[in-house]
Ligand binder design. Structure first.
Ligand code: S0N
Length: 277
């Protein structure tokens, strides 16, 4: 199953990623810093966030792949070279922060499936990025793990909660308290990834999964995602699902009667709508 990727945002000032589309519904965002195992600095995350927003707004796009350049790493987390005493420091800034906080939420709220395509290492904050994706397709050379306590940090947000949901509390604590690495088969066995394929077939298989989703109802997929997150993300998750319901209701004559009555300066007549059991 061949695919041809075309640069999709030639106007964007991306330095750390590539943003491409296949012209048939799939967008691909590639973290392009292989010299540091695709570690992210603030600009990397700003680029990824911008590309995700483009993919969200683009009605041609139904599914988004997130991956790293090359066979050695999906992403090795925060770039320790730009880690300051106040967070990760963007070029030209004096005070740092965690740009990844907003990106993780953006991935969760984005109403289209985001698929992690993992070759090589998904480590540290890179591991949390794959956790935040809706599905993960792993190559047989993939390795997963958290390093926080080894480098003086931790991610107690999605990095703890989603991992706990996927592999259970004991195993999740093992990830964080021992900082071990797990291979692709171990990851599959513990429910951390959806499938494992030979490295040379990774993109082909990921694209096949994407095409399967593209054949399905886009709004149903949107509601599937927001339904899961309604529980997992608390009030923010419920808000997403509730607003998706609003979006559907806007299309109903009952909602339109309220709008039309307001515009026509009359009392709305909801009597024709059933009080459904
Ligand atoms: C990925 C590893 C296992 C790969 O090992 P391998 O294949 O042996 O390659 P190396 O020789 O180690 O690496 C090749 C070159 O790449 C550089 N490099 C790799 N990772 C990083 C990185 N994260 N930052 C900077 N440089 C990196 C190497 O230095 C090497 O360069 P040269 O050739 O010049 O020597 C292995 O590389 C590894 O273990 N990497 C470090 C993984 C790690 O500890 N990552 C950081 C973990 N923390 C975060 O991700 C922060 C997350 C975060 O932002 C956050 C968010 C919310 C709340 C809390 C946090 C938080 O945790 O702070």
């Amino acid at each position: 199953m061949s695919v041809t990727w075309t640069e999709a945002a030639p106007d964007a000032q991306y330095t750390d990623i590539r943003y491409e589309k296949d012209g048939a519904g799939i967008a691909k965002i590639t973290i392009d810093r292989p010299e540091v195992r695709n570690a992210f600095r603030p600009k990397t995350l700003i680029d990824v966030g911008d590309a995700l927003e483009r993919a969200r707004e683009d009605q041609e796009v139904g599914v988004i792949i997130l991956c790293g350049e090359g066979p050695h790493a999906f992403c090795s987390g925060g770039d320790q070279n730009v880690r300051g005493d106040t967070g990760y420091i963007e070029e030209g800034a004096s005070v740092g922060r965690f740009h990844v906080t907003d990106l993780q939420v953006q991935m969760r709220r984005l109403p289209k499936p985001v698929i992690a395509m993992v070759a090589g290492y998904a480590i540290g904050g890179g591991h949390v990025l794959h956790l935040c994706c809706d599905l993960t397709i792993a190559a047989d050379n993939a390795r997963f793990g958290q390093t926080g306590p080894r480098v003086g940090s931790w991610d107690g947000g999605f990095g703890a909660s989603l991992l706990r949901d996927l592999v259970g509390p004991k195993k999740a604590k093992e990830f964080w308290m021992l900082c071990r690495q797990y291979d692709a088969q171990q990851a599959l066995d513990m429910g951390l990834v959806n499938t494992v394929v030979p490295l040379e077939r990774l993109e082909e298989e990921t694209v096949a999964w994407c095409r399967e989703m593209l054949a399905l109802s886009p709004f149903a997929l949107r509601l599937v995602k927001s339904s899961f997150h309604a529980h997992e993300d608390g009030y923010a998750g419920i808000q997403q699902l509730a607003h998706d319901a609003n979006l559907l209701f806007y299309g109903a004559p009952e909602a339109q009667e309220g709008r039309d009555a307001y515009k026509e300066k009359r009392t709305p007549d909801f009597s024709k709508f059933p009080r459904r059991a």
